[in-house]
Write a protein that binds this ligand. Structure first.
Ligand SMILES: [Zn+2]
Ligand SMILES: [Zn+2]
Length: 312
C-alpha cells in the first residue's frame, strides 16, 4: 500500500520485492501494526518522508530460514555521532526511520538492517506482539522517563496507554486514565486494565507523574497542574499541537516537563523481555492489508480500542 504524497489515500500497488543489501534481511511480513505516527506521515504533519513510501514500523516479519523478527521505527543510525557514541542512538542526527525514511511494513515483503531487528518473545502471537514494537516500546521508554512515582496519570488511552497501564500495575503503581470527556468506552477499557480511576477531567487526586499520549498541546498545562511538586510530565508522541502559554507556577516546585523521542535498541530488548513476564495482553483488531486506508480512518476518528494491525 503506497503513499504517493501527503494527504492522499494509500494506493494498492504491485512493486518489485525489495532487494536485501549487505547486512540487510529480506522479511516476509506476517503482520504490521498501525501507529499514530503513520497517520502523522500520511497527513503531512511529519515533513519530508521518502516518497513514494510504504508506511509501517511495527513489523512482525519472517526470514527465509524461519526466524521471526520485529522491525521497529529505528531502522538505522550512524554509530559515530555524539549521540550514538553516548548510548543515545534514539537521538542520532542521521537516523533513518522505518516507514518514513525507509520503506516499512504495509506490504507483503520488506527489508531491514539486521542489527536493528528485534527478536520477539515466542509466547506472544503475531497480532498481539505487533503493537509492542512501537506503542509498547515508546510507552516503556516514557514510563522509565516518568520516574518511580506511585500515582501515574495516562492522558489519552490508546495503544500505548493500554500497554503501559498493565506494566505500571505490575510495578505496584496506581493508574489514573484521562480520556476525552464522555468517552465512556475508553474509560471502561482503562478500568478493565487496572486503572483505579478513569474520566474526562482532572484526576481526583494529585499525581506523581503523567504521560501524555494524545497529540494535544493543551494537555501539557493540564497535566502540570495535576502533578505534585517534583513530579514529571512526559510527552510521549512524535507530534503535538502547540502548547498554550501557562503560568510559571505550574512548573514551579521542581516539576519536570520533557519529551521522549524515538527508541533505542536497548529499549526494545528490555521491553520485549519484560512484556511476557507481566504478562502484557494487547487488544488488536486485524485489518486485511488492502484495507489500510480504513484502518487509518478508524484511528483518525479515535474509534480504536487497543490497537490495529494489518495482515497481508
Ligand atoms: Zn549517530
Ligand atoms: Zn509508532
Amino acid at each position: 500500500m503506497l503513499l504517493d504524497a501527503a494527504g492522499r489515500a494509500l494506493r494498492p500497488a504491485e512493486i518489485e520485492p525489495p532487494w536485501a543489501g549487505p547486512g540487510q534481511l529480506l522479511l516476509r511480513v506476517r503482520v504490521c501494526g498501525v501507529c499514530r505516527t503513520d497517520l502523522h506521515v500520511a497527513d503531512g504533519e511529519l515533513r519530508h518522508p521518502k516518497l513514494p513510501l510504504v508506511l509501517g514500523h511495527e513489523i512482525v516479519g519472517e526470514t527465509d530460514d524461519g526466524r521471526r523478527l520485529g522491525v521497529p521505527w529505528l531502522g538505522w543510525t550512524c554509530g559515530e555521532c555524539r549521540y550514538c557514541t553516548s548510548g543515545r542512538e534514539n537521538l542520532c542526527a542521521r537516523a533513518r526511520f522505518t516507514g518514513y525514511d525507509l520503506d516499512g511494513g504495509y506490504a507483503e515483503w520488506t527489508v531491514a538492517d539486521e542489527r536493528y531487528c528485534l527478536p520477539l518473545p515466542p509466547e506472544v502471537g503475531d497480532l498481539e506482539v505487533a503493537p509492542l514494537l512501537c506503542a509498547g516500546l515508546i510507552g516503556y521508554r516514557s514510563l522509565r522517563a516518568a520516574g518511580d512515582g506511585e500515582r501515574l496519570g495516562l492522558y489519552g488511552f490508546g495503544a500505548a496507554a493500554h500497554i503501559v497501564a498493565q506494566v505500571a500495575r505490575v510495578e505496584g503503581r496506581r493508574v489514573f486514565a484521562i480520556t476525552r470527556p464522555g468517552d465512556a468506552e475508553a474509560q471502561a477499557f482503562a478500568r478493565s486494565l487496572g486503572a483505579e480511576w478513569a474520566g474526562g477531567g482532572q484526576p481526583p487526586e494529585e499525581l506523581d507523574a503523567a504521560i501524555i499520549f494524545a497529540p494535544a498541546g493543551e494537555l501539557v498545562p493540564a497535566a502540570l497542574a495535576a502533578v505534585a511538586k517534583g513530579g514529571s510530565v512526559v510527552c510521549a508522541g512524535i507530534r503535538m499541537s502547540d502548547i498554550p502559554a501557562f503560568p510559571f507556577e505550574l512548573l514551579w516546585g521542581e516539576r519536570v516537563l520533557r519529551s521522549v523521542a524515538n527508541l533505542a535498541r536497548r529499549d526494545g530488548e528490555e521491553f520485549l523481555a519484560l512484556a511476557p513476564r507481566v504478562p502484557v495482553r494487547t487488544e488488536v483488531e486485524p485489518f486485511p492489508l488492502e484495507r489500510a486506508n480504513d484502518a487509518l480512518a478508524k484511528l483518525r476518528a479515535g474509534e480504536v480500542r487497543g490497537a490495529l494491525a494489518l495482515v497481508p
